[in-house]
Ligand binder design. Structure first.
Ligand SMILES: Cc1cc2nc3c(=O)[nH]c(=O)nc-3n(C[C@H](O)[C@H](O)[C@H](O)COP(=O)(O)OP(=O)(O)OC[C@H]3O[C@@H](n4cnc5c(N)ncnc54)[C@H](O)[C@@H]3O)c2cc1C
Length: 317
C-alpha cells in the first residue's frame, strides 16, 4: 500500500492528540508515515507514533526548522512528496496546519482540502459547510491529495507498527527564512484540556445567566475531565472569555461528547459543534431547536439538572 504522510503536530516534543487521530485515519488510506519537524524528537515520541501505526517516521529535528514560521515545514513536506510520491498528505486543520497545507499545495501543484471531518479510502473528504447546513464530499483531482483534517474527526485507536526512523536533512531556502520567530510566549493553561482537542466539551449559553453561574458548568466539566465552551450570547455578555466561544465565529469542536446547557441551538452555534459524536442537551424549553440534533435531551432547569449530574458523576469515581 502507498505511503500516507502525516505531519506530526507537537509542542516541543509533546505530541498532540490530533496526530494520533490522523495516524488512525491514515491507516484506512494506506501505510502511515509520520513526519517530524523541529526539535523535541525522543524515544518516547517514536514509541507513541509507532504505537498508533506509523510504519516510518521521517525525522527532520533541526533547531532551525522551529526558528521560522510555517514555511520550513511546507518545504520539508514538499521534498518528501517529491522523493516518496505518497498517496496523500494529512495535516491537522489548525491555523498552522491549514497554512502549511496551502503552501504545500502550491509547491507541489496539487489540490488541497481543508477542514475535513472525515476522509474515506479513496481520499474523498467530507466537509460540513455553510454554517453546517450542507455536507459535501470532495476529492483532489490534481497532484497529491493534501487534506487538513479537523481535530476529533476520528477517535484515535492504537495499532502498533514498525516506526522505522529515517533522518531527513532540509536545506531551507531563503524564502523559508523570510519570517523569523523572535519570541514565544507559552499561554497559561488551566487544568482543563484544550477546547478543540478535548474528547468531552461542556458548554453554557445565555441560560446560565451570569459569569458567576458559569462555575456550575466548570464543575460539571471538571468532573468529566472536559473542556468548557460557551455560546456567543454568553461570551458577548462577558460571562466567559471569547477564546471559549463555540460556533461559526468561534471554535469548531467535534468531541466524542458535547453537553449544551442553556443554549438554544442557533445555526451559528451548531456550525461549531454539530459534528460531535454524542450531543446531550439540557434546556428548559422543549421547543428549543438544539433538541433536533440531540442524542439525549433533558427538559429542565439547568440549575437543578447540572449540579445533580455533577454529583452523580462524582459519586461514580
Ligand atoms: C454572523 C453571526 C455569527 C455568530 N456566531 C456565533 C457563534 O460562533 N457561536 C454562537 O454560539 N452564536 C453565534 N451567533 C449568535 C447566534 O445567532 C445566537 O444568538 C447565539 O448562539 C444564542 O446563544 P444562546 O443559545 O446561548 O442564547 P439563546 O438563544 O438566548 O438561548 C438560551 C437558551 O437557554 C435556555 N434557558 C434559559 N434559562 C434556562 C435554564 N435555567 N435552564 C435550562 N435552559 C435555560 C432557553 O430556553 C434558551 O433555549 C452568531 C450570530 C451571527 C449573526
Amino acid at each position: 500500500m502507498s505511503e500516507v504522510l502525516v505531519l506530526v503536530d507537537h509542542v516541543e516534543g509533546e505530541i498532540k492528540k490530533v496526530t494520533l487521530e490522523l495516524l488512525t485515519l491514515a491507516r484506512s488510506l494506506g501505510t502511515p508515515s509520520a513526519v517530524w519537524a523541529g526539535p523535541g524528537y525522543s524515544d518516547a515520541a517514536k514509541a507513541r507514533l509507532a504505537e498508533y501505526g506509523a510504519e516510518k517516521i521521517y525525522v527532520a529535528d533541526s533547531e532551525e526548522i522551529a526558528q521560522y514560521v510555517v514555511a520550513p515545514k511546507a518545504e520539508l513536506l514538499a521534498r518528501l512528496v517529491a522523493d516518496k510520491a505518497p498517496a496523500g498528505v494529512l495535516v491537522a486543520a489548525t491555523g498552522e496546519g491549514k497554512e502549511i497545507a496551502g503552501r504545500l499545495a502550491v509547491k507541489t501543484d496539487s489540490g488541497v482540502i481543508t477542514d475535513a471531518v472525515g476522509v474515506d479510502g479513496d481520499f474523498v473528504a467530507e466537509l460540513s459547510i455553510f454554517g453546517g447546513g450542507v455536507n459535501v464530499r470532495s476529492r483532489v483531482v490534481k497532484g497529491t491529495p493534501i487534506i487538513a483534517v479537523r481535530p476529533n474527526a476520528t477517535a484515535p485507536v492504537a495499532a502498533p507498527a514498525a516506526g522505522a526512523e529515517e533522518k531527513v536533512e532540509v536545506a531551507l531556502s531563503d524564502a523559508a527564512r523570510a519570517a523569523r520567530i523572535v519570541e514565544r510566549v507559552v499561554q497559561e493553561k488551566g487544568g482543563r484540556p484544550e477546547l478543540t482537542e478535548a474528547a468531552i466539551v461542556v458548554s453554557g449559553g445565555r441560560g446560565v445567566g451570569s459569569a458567576d453561574n458559569f462555575s456550575i458548568i466548570e464543575k460539571l466539566a471538571d468532573s468529566l475531565g472536559a473542556a468548557v465552551g460557551a455560546s456567543r450570547a454568553a461570551t458577548d455578555a462577558g460571562w466567559y472569555p471569547h477564546a471559549f466561544q463555540v460556533g461559526q465565529t468561534g471554535k469548531t469542536v467535534s468531541p466524542q461528547l458535547y453537553i449544551a446547557a442553556g443554549i438554544s441551538g442557533a445555526i451559528q452555534h451548531r456550525a461549531g459543534m454539530q459534528t460531535s459524536k454524542t450531543i446531550v442537551v439540557i434546556n428548559k424549553d422543549p421547543e428549543a431547536p438544539i433538541f433536533e440534533i440531540a442524542d439525549f435531551g433533558v427538559v429542565g432547569d439547568l440549575f437543578q439538572v447540572v449540579p445533580q449530574l455533577t454529583e452523580e458523576i462524582e459519586k461514580r469515581k
